[in-house]
Design a protein around this ligand. Sequence first.
Ligand code: UDP
Length: 255
Amino acid sequence: MTRINNKRTRILNVPVDMVDEQEAMGIFRELLKTEDCSLIVTPNSEIIVNASRDPELKRIIEQADLIIPDGIGLVYASRIMGVPLSHRVTGIDFLEAIIGYLEETGQSIFFLGSKPGEGNNPGIAEMAVEKMQAKYKKLIVAGTHHGYFKEADEENIVKAINDSRADFLCVALGSPKQEKFIACNRDKLKVKAAIGVGGSLDVWAGTLKRAPEFYRNHGLEWLYRLIQQPSRYKRMAALPLFMMKVIVNRFKGGK
Ligand code: UDP
C-alpha cells in the first residue's frame, strides 16, 4: 500500500480521504508511478454503513491507497465531524478526470463489469467505450469484459486483463463485489491501479441517466436515482440511517 496523502479521517470508524477532485487527481498521478496495483475506492453513505458492519469490506477500505468521498451524505457527515469537505468528488466525475489523464499520457484502460450484450448487441461496457472514445478520441482501451461471471472464471479474467497490458483497471460490479474483486486479485494484477465505479458504465452507455444539474447542485442525486429506480428504495434508506449514526457517534465523542 502506498500512502501519498495525509488527509485521511474516519467516518463511522471507516477511513475516508478528505480530498477534492484536484487533490485526488494529484494522488492518482503519483499512484500510477508506483510498481504494485494501487486500490482506489469511492465510498458513498451506503458503502460506509455496509463497511461499518462488514469487517472484510472495512479491511479492504483500510488498505486502499485513495478513498474518495462520494456523495452528499459524506459532505454532511464531514461537517458534523468538524472536518468539512469543501467539495464532494463524485465517482463518475473522477472516472472522467482519470480517462482524460490516461488519454493525455497515452496510458491504457481495461473495463470490467456491467451487463453483457444479448445476441449481436453490444454489452454495456462496449457501449460506454464507444461514447468515451467519441469524446476522448485518443483513449487507448486495452479490453472489456462483462461483470456476470462465476468465481471459477476469475483466474481467466485476471489473465485477460494482464495479457491486455492495461495500465489501469476500472471495475463496475457494484459494491462490495468490485472492491472484493480488486482486493482478492491485487497481488496477481499487473495494472498500476484499479478503481471500483458502481453504475458509472451504465451512465456512460446511456442506459442509466445521470441526475440533471438541478438535482446535482442541490445534493438531490439520491432523489433522482429513486425516481429512476424505485426498486432501490430499501438501499436508499442507508442515507438517513448513515446520518443518524454519524450524529449519534459524534454525540458520544467517537468517529
Ligand atoms: N454488476 C455486474 N455484475 C454483478 C452485479 C452487478 O457487473 O454481478 C454491474 C451492474 O450491471 C451495474 C453495476 O454493476 O452496471 C453497478 O450495479 P449497482 O447499481 O448495484 O451498483 P452501485 O452503482 O449502486 O454501486
